[in-house]
Ligand binder design. Structure first.
Ligand SMILES: *Cc1c(COP(=O)(O)O)cnc(C)c1O
Length: 310
């Protein structure tokens, strides 16, 4: 059983890599990926307050959410619900392909009911989808990626007070933006947040402005450094450069990366360091948001092994 009320401060691991030495930049990785094998990283943070509410509410039947077929959020929700004896149900983008991929297979094993929707219908907000299925108010609705006000609140607990003192820069990957929104809201004066979009053509400032509301976002703007050119062609796209980066990074640091988010963030961060855009002497904290469950499905789909070859 997961204890949702405990505060978690993930440890910061200092990494060594020849590039960091050469460029005089210190890099630490916050290992949010180690929080839980299935409710990993930022998905644990984003589910925390939903789970606390669901467990208080004796009429709550279960969790209802939506996501793509390899979604870390889908598996995290299935696992969170199962660990607390709640039901779970999810709308999955696209058609049902059998056998189920490892993510959906495990979600199903955990008791999640899966409903496949075509892309146009899938796009509707979770409230509307729940209405179409005549699901009553006793289901707890969680939007895609777990990103809503409660999700952002959970992500405001990622940084500790010492993180606010020790680091000049924080780096994070962005999908729906909930994690970046939470981090941005909790930076200290003088700290900046590099936000690496995993999506092509996404406007990071605009996304965070919508999530936080313009009044709240406006004063935080000066902390934000949007990084919009490290998506490798689009969401979940990958190529040989990214694959060799994943292997090299794991070999040098011992830290595994997921190909959709964290690999693109670290690639971008290293590229910025390599180009001298992060000044010598900087101390950077990169958030490892987890997502390692997604590697299996991607490896299967592409027929490649991402692990570092010793
Ligand atoms: C979901 C996810 C993200 C994106 O987080 P958002 O809050 O949606 O921006 C980043 N990294 C990993 C590993 C994820 O699973």
């Amino acid at each position: 059983m997961v204890n949702w009320s405990q505060g978690i401060a993930s440890k910061n691991m200092k990494v060594s890599h020849p590039l960091l030495l050469a460029k005089g930049v210190e890099l630490f990785v916050k290992r949010e990926d180690l929080i839980h094998p299935e409710i990993s990283g930022n998905k644990w943070r984003k589910l925390k307050y939903h789970m606390l509410e669901a467990l208080k509410d004796l009429t709550c039947k279960g969790l209802l959410t939506k996501g793509g077929p390899y979604s870390n959020h889908i598996l995290a929700t299935a696992s969170a619900a199962a660990s607390s004896g709640l039901n779970s149900r999810a709308f999955i983008r696209g058609e049902c392909i059998l056998p189920l991929n490892p993510t959906l297979n495990r979600a199903k094993e955990l008791g999640m009911e899966l409903n496949f929707l075509d892309r146009t219908i899938f796009r509707k907000p979770i409230e509307e989808l729940a209405g179409m299925e005549a699901m009553d108010g006793s289901w707890r609705l969680i939007p895609e990626g777990g990103t809503d006000a409660l999700g952002i609140k959970g992500c405001m607990e990622i940084l500790t007070d010492s993180d606010r003192q020790d680091f000049e820069r924080v780096a994070v990957a962005l999908g729906t933006g909930g994690t970046a929104a939470g981090l941005l809201s909790t930076l200290a004066k003088g700290q900046s947040l590099m936000v690496f979009s995993a999506l092509k053509g996404l406007d990071v400032s605009n996304t965070l402005g919508v999530l936080l509301g313009n009044d709240r976002f406006h004063p935080l703007r000066e902390h934000l450094i949007p990084m919009e050119d490290y998506h490798f062609g689009g969401y979940a796209k990958m190529d040989a450069t990214l694959l060799s980066f994943i292997r090299d990074f794991e070999q040098e640091t011992g830290i595994p990366l997921d190909p959709v988010y964290t690999a693109k963030m670290f690639y971008g961060l290293f590229d910025q360091i390599d180009k001298g855009l992060i000044p010598r002497g900087s101390i950077v904290l990169a958030i490892h948001t987890g997502g390692l469950q997604g590697r299996k499905g991607m490896e299967e789909r592409l027929g490649i092994d991402f692990s570092a070859k010793a």
